[in-house]
Design a protein around this ligand. Sequence first.
Ligand SMILES: [Zn+2]
Length: 300
Amino acid sequence: MDIMPKPEQFFLNIPLYKHFEIDEENYKDVLRVEFFKGTIDSFCVECKREGIFQRNIELPGVGPVSHNTRFDDVERWLQQTSAWFPSPEPDPRYPNALASESLQNYAFRNRIITVEFNCSRNQMHNLLFIFQVDGTKITKIGQYPSLADLQGNELRKYRPVLTAERFRELNRAVGLKAHGVGIGSFVYLRRIIEELIDEAHSEAVKDTEWDEELYSRSRVVEKIQLLAEWLPSFLVENRITYSILSKGIHSLNEQECLDYFDAVKVAIELILDEKIQQQERQKKITEASQNLGKITGEMK
Ligand SMILES: [Zn+2]
């Protein structure tokens, strides 16, 4: 069973329907999610840019009912043993009745948790997360906007270094991961690396020193090595990324692929970041030499 994620990670990175076991050690993490107070950074699909989202809630009161204490700080509140929570079996005449219960018992109570954030630029822009606690596990069962919509936008900067089809597939990989599809997401990530290899290869064959015969009988990881001069260095140094993806597709199970997804995605981002830098550098070099040429022309 996986380690319970920190609240921010649970909201913004964990796919729906992934269960986390609640135990005596981590039950406070459930309360950290439910009673999250403060801000998180996330993409706002309405503002169409990164923003700060805020959640203001009142923490359940602590102490005697007549003069109970309100805590402002969640960590200090979590040091208390019990608090006034909604009654587990409320009398229909008093639907808002409270009952004193230990924090630990409450954390295990079967319930639906709704956590809503507002965009700091516009209160009407929301992030909504819904969790279910059932038996001894907590699961994120809903969210708006979807994980893919929140994360997909981080990917937009890679559009210039990918073909339209690969760019769609990169987004699809993230979308599949968000829906708990591991192996399928690996297929799309691998195609991105394959496209980079193909591109580099079509450059390499123009080189008079190039040994096409050696290349064609090499395995993919060896091909990456042969193409070192034409590929982003991160990919060459971390050729294992390709092996992990291939192994994922052929012999890992769904869960293993999901577990390794983030690490592989970061590797692909680094490879694409390098490609963006190369393009920018190339553009700068072209511009600079044009400008210098112009100056030289003027000086004559
Ligand atoms: Zn917004």
